[in-house]
Design a protein around this ligand. Sequence first.
Ligand code: PBG
Ligand code: ZN
Length: 320
Amino acid sequence: MRRLRASASLRGLVRETQLSPARLVLPLFIAESGPARAPIAALPGVARLSLAAAAEEAAEAGSLGIAAVMLFGVPTEKDEQGSSAWDPDGVVQLAVAAIKRAAPQLLVITDVCLCEYTSHGHCGVLREDGAVDNDATLELLARTAVSHARAGADIVAPSDMMDGRVGAIRSELDGEGFDETPILAYSAKFASAFFGPFRDAAGSAPAFGDRRGYQMDPANGSEAVREALLDVSEGADMIMVKPALAYGDVIAAVKQQTRLPVAAYNVSGEYAMVKAASSAGALEERAAVLEILLSLHRAGADAIISYHAKDAARWLAEER
Ligand code: PBG
Ligand code: ZN
């Protein structure tokens, strides 16, 4: 195929995959209290934002052509149940409204989970013995998703990995008149070492134990497809694979077998790794980031959630 590589225009003519800011989603951490921008040490260039700063950041993302923001709340109050997750005046609910006012065209996706809101840091409520109570958690997740939709969220994204949550959320949304709100299901979320910086940023590290009781074993690819198909049968509109970089095979398999839109989450540890290597002079950041994002799209991801989204959108614009 060397004949088709001889010039930039030939390469462009036969290129199979094209990245665009319209496929990118920027995650935002919104803090209920604290300064306008509190830098996150483990994620250089990323900060926890106040409501006003989040609205500004979202407007900037929109002006760069980024499709959506994905919101994570950092509440001041936590309890056993994670009740601030479904508070109509909770941090995410207020942020959705503020962002919708500042950037009406931008899509707002909300992460639906309890770990940022529970005092113990697990993604669901606990039984007496300290294990997560799957079924008792479903109702709370559904309530949280409805409160996000009511605040104006365009898409809700449950990331808890409880069994049956997509069905529970779908029926609660439908019952409350939000039958047009899509669900982006984190179907294949692996118990990963790459979430470390996120847990610092969101203050959501489990106080004891780990998440291997509900997140997937990184050894299992077929199980990821099975989880995705199950979520499809419960009404998922889009499927998420997370993390992304070490899971290209899973992205491809899920895309092939569900034929639904697939999102890949280029997570905090993946971002931190590129940042550290670039600042040490080991990687050229721009080229590395664009290659990573392109590879996720090539693997089958329609949408890519990345902390690099703003830089990537600027670089892509320059390439035109
Ligand atoms: C929790 C959640 C996690 C992330 C998003 N929501 C991970 C976890 O602590 O299990 C990770 C995102 C990232 O690392 O960027 N439901
Ligand atoms: Zn969680």
